[in-house]
Design a protein. Structure first.
Length: 265
């Protein structure tokens, strides 16, 4: 049995469900009514546009075009991370871009080549979705991790300077703040991972089952998706922090102004 198609009329009926959150956001004057309406429209339009574009990617199935798409995803993800963290582009753009690109290529190709054992690891059918899943998870984790890391350094500079003054290297002095970033960024994911399959059924697995795959196959894919997203997220965050830290301090080890403004939210 194939996937049951959702026609445009049914899609419209489904979107009517958004009236429920819209009502409560309006009723309690949350200020989120406009953002949720804009977000819903943007999501719908963007997904239809990307769906049309992906159709061409799958038809072309060209390794160079696929890699170009990855480069575009990295650029958009890096810019989004900078916008959401309010960190200076001059300090973070290169570290984030390198961290995202190197990680997604290493982890993605490892999964496609050694786990799925594809004859053509650049096949758009697998290459684009797998890299997209990895990129999406890396972005969220890096935003939380970088915010926590730099907020901690800004808030507890005295601890950082105390450690330096007592003979610690810069890497040793920033270790407590890296630890905070890792805990903050990964605690929710680890908690979700522990109840996956018992409390929550992941969207990837449900999508495969609805697409006609057997639950046994879908489960194995889901396990590997969780593994590669966790690995890629922590690897990209550590790489980004390591590279960014080389540009975040002056020659005396003093923290530079890394945010776009001096006001901290």
């Amino acid at each position: 049995m194939g996937t049951i198609d959702v026609d445009y009329g049914s899609l419209g009926i489904g979107l009517l469900l958004m009236l429920i959150p819209v009502y409560f956001l309006w009723r309690f004057k949350t200020g989120l009514l406009k953002p949720v309406l804009i977000g819903t429209v943007r999501m719908t339009v963007q997904l239809f546009l990307i769906g049309a574009y992906l159709r061409f990617l799958f038809e072309w199935n060209n390794p160079f075009i696929n890699f170009l798409w990855v480069v575009i995803m990295v650029g958009v993800a890096a810019e989004t991370a900078l916008t959401r963290t309010r960190l200076k582009r001059s300090i973070l753009m290169i570290p984030i871009s390198i961290g995202f690109f190197v990680t997604v290529v290493l982890v993605g190709l490892y999964f496609l080549g050694f786990v799925l054992k594809l004859d053509n690891i650049f096949s758009a059918q697998y290459f684009i979705p797998v890299f997209g899943i990895i990129m999406g998870n890396m972005l969220g984790v890096n935003v939380i991790g970088l915010n926590t890391y730099y907020a901690g350094l800004h808030r507890e500079q005295q601890l950082y300077y105390y450690l330096l003054g007592n003979g610690a290297t810069r890497n040793e002095a920033i270790a407590p703040f890296v630890r905070q970033a890792l805990v903050k960024a990964f605690s929710p994911g680890i908690a979700n991972m522990a109840v996956t399959g018992l409390v929550a059924l992941p969207g990837t697995m449900i999508g495969q089952i609805l697409g006609g795959s057997s639950p046994h196959v879908a489960i194995k894919y889901q396990i590997m998706i969780v593994v590669i997203t966790v690995v890629a997220s922590i690897l990209s965050l550590m790489m980004t922090i390591f590279l960014a830290s080389r540009k975040s301090f002056d020659s005396y080890g003093r923290l530079l102004q890394v945010h776009k403004d001096t006001k901290r939210r």
